[in-house]
Ligand binder design. Structure first.
Ligand SMILES: C[S@@+](CC[C@H](N)C(=O)[O-])C[C@H]1O[C@@H](n2cnc3c(N)ncnc32)[C@H](O)[C@@H]1O
Length: 281
């Protein structure tokens, strides 16, 4: 399963909504910005963004980097804290998202650079503060990525990782067998669907000292039964042939009817972990 929610529309084109590096060329930026805005408006996401900023505590004059910066919201938040003598930098491989971030950051002292998490465009120990949110689920080798982040972090530098764990997704009501086939399909399409549970270990194994961890659950509103992620998952699964068109129809009808009774449920838990790069002994 991936964050590929779409506005209310029947078109199913998972690649154009995908955040995978390999799909950068085919992306529909308007749709991606819509998805990111929708996510950023969720209380669970806001809570984790604020938690990470508090733990990272960027100071005036520091260099603060957001890896996979999307539309730039978190880079703008960094800019306010590092001030005119500091550097707020977003690393983003998608040219369209970088352009959108530049547009949204007009008048703010920020930089958006082309690059990816696997080979960050920074020297060793040159970054004071680094964050990375909902990116590791899209990478093939998250341990190598966290090692790379550790390389650029200066001793005493702070890092925060945020990610979803798709095994925590609950959708109710649904035929268990149909739902299982859909979930299995989405998990198999995802580079790293269980990223949330791995964050702590990745940081610890990179030699970093854990300074905090938390979780936040997104509970979808009743309207969500007919739009966004739910509106597209059964269509995508039917298109992939893992459920039949009739099963897809029943799935959608069942959720819509449940929402009319106020009985629809969808939830997903996201995790955040912060750490410090120890100073040499
Ligand atoms: C779900 S979005 C999250 C965006 C942003 N961090 C936020 O919280 O709104 C994932 C972002 O990671 C970027 N991305 C995907 N693979 C990446 C990689 N290997 N290195 C860096 N960024 C990557 C995507 O282009 C996209 O901007």
């Amino acid at each position: 399963m991936t964050e590929t929610q779409v506005p209310d529309e029947p078109v199913v084109d998972a690649t154009r909504g995908s955040f995978k590096l390999t799909h950068v060329a085919e992306q529909n930026i308007e749709r991606q910005a819509f998805i990111l805005d929708q996510m950023a408006s969720q209380p669970a996401v806001k809570t984790l963004k604020m938690w990470a900023l508090r733990h990272l505590a960027p100071a005036m004059g520091e260099t603060a980097v957001d890896v996979g910066s999307g539309t730039g919201e978190d880079v703008v938040a960094f800019a306010e804290l590092v001030g005119p003598d500091g550097h707020a930098i977003g690393v983003e491989p998608s040219p369209g998202l970088r352009a959108e971030a530049v547009r949204r950051s007009a008048g703010v002292q920020v930089e958006y650079v082309d690059g990816h998490a696997e080979a960050l465009p920074f020297g060793d120990e040159s970054v004071d503060v680094l964050r990375c949110e909902r990116v590791l689920q899209h990478v093939d080798n998250p341990a190598a990525v966290v090692q790379e982040m550790t390389r650029v972090l200066r001793p005493g530098g702070r890092i925060a990782l945020i990610d979803t764990d798709w095994a925590t997704a609950i959708i109710h009501p649904a035929d268990p067998d149909v739902l299982q086939r859909m979930v299995d399909y989405f998990l198999s399409e995802s580079a790293n669907p269980f990223s949330g549970r791995q964050l702590r270990g990745l940081l610890a194994e990179a030699g970093l000292e854990i300074t905090g961890e938390t979780a936040s659950t997104w509970i979808e509103a009743q309207e969500g039964a007919r739009q966004g992620f739910i509106a597209m998952m059964h269509l995508t699964a039917a298109q992939a042939g893992v459920i039949t068109p009739a099963e897809a129809d029943n799935f959608a009808k069942g959720l819509a009817e449940a929402a009319d009774r106020g009985a629809f449920h969808m939830s997903l838990t996201m995790y955040a972990v912060s750490a410090l790069k120890p100073r040499a002994a």
